[in-house]
Design a protein around this ligand. Sequence first.
Ligand code: FE2
Ligand code: FE2
Length: 235
Amino acid sequence: MSAPDREVDLRTEPPSRVQTAAFYEVRDLAPGEAVMLVTAEDPSLMMRSLDLQLRETLAWRSEAAEGGYRTRVQLRSDTDIDGTVDLLVRDHRTLDELFAKALRRVNANDVAGARELVERFAVAIRKHVELENTLLAPVLPRPRGPDGADHVEIMLREHDEILRQLAEVESCFTESAAPEAWEVEPFIAILSGTLAKHEYREESNLFPHWHAALDAMDEARRGELFARARALLAA
Ligand SMILES: [Fe+2]
Ligand SMILES: [Fe+2]
């Protein structure tokens, strides 16, 4: 049996401090753990903003209760995947983690340890790009920014750049059986920055539109797309 949720009553906090107090309660949530936040006000906006601060790693469910709201917060990775966009966002976090680990290994002078992580990352990012390019982009909307920029076109261009930078990282490892950390590090650091910006742009400019379009699809079609997306990433 799992332990009962920790309950934190934030109704006595001054309104200006509620979000900060909530942040400290949720930022170190461990897998399998949940916290119940009790607030006087509707926490929807606060939870959305905490989730963004914590790179969309949270899942929550709120209900109005006597004297306020009760919100159960847990890690998103502890919950079932909620559709295609959730699958993409979770995959972003997995990619980030893999690549951050590779960079840490390089910085610790363990290039051999980094090699295996880079190989796993390369397989995973190529599948992710294939999913976005070939399965989703052709059937989902192409929203435009206020300046007329086509967000799908930007995505496709950035994918080419990511794959080009990845090839550079890979060539460091193939040109030499045991490259030096200083030879590899700049290429990994550049790709890491490119990837973070790309994911941020997708999650803020494109995915909200894709999410709305998926929601508007009939259930059978949405389910089929989700199943194909999962199968592609799992292959
Ligand atoms: Fe992408
Ligand atoms: Fe993506």
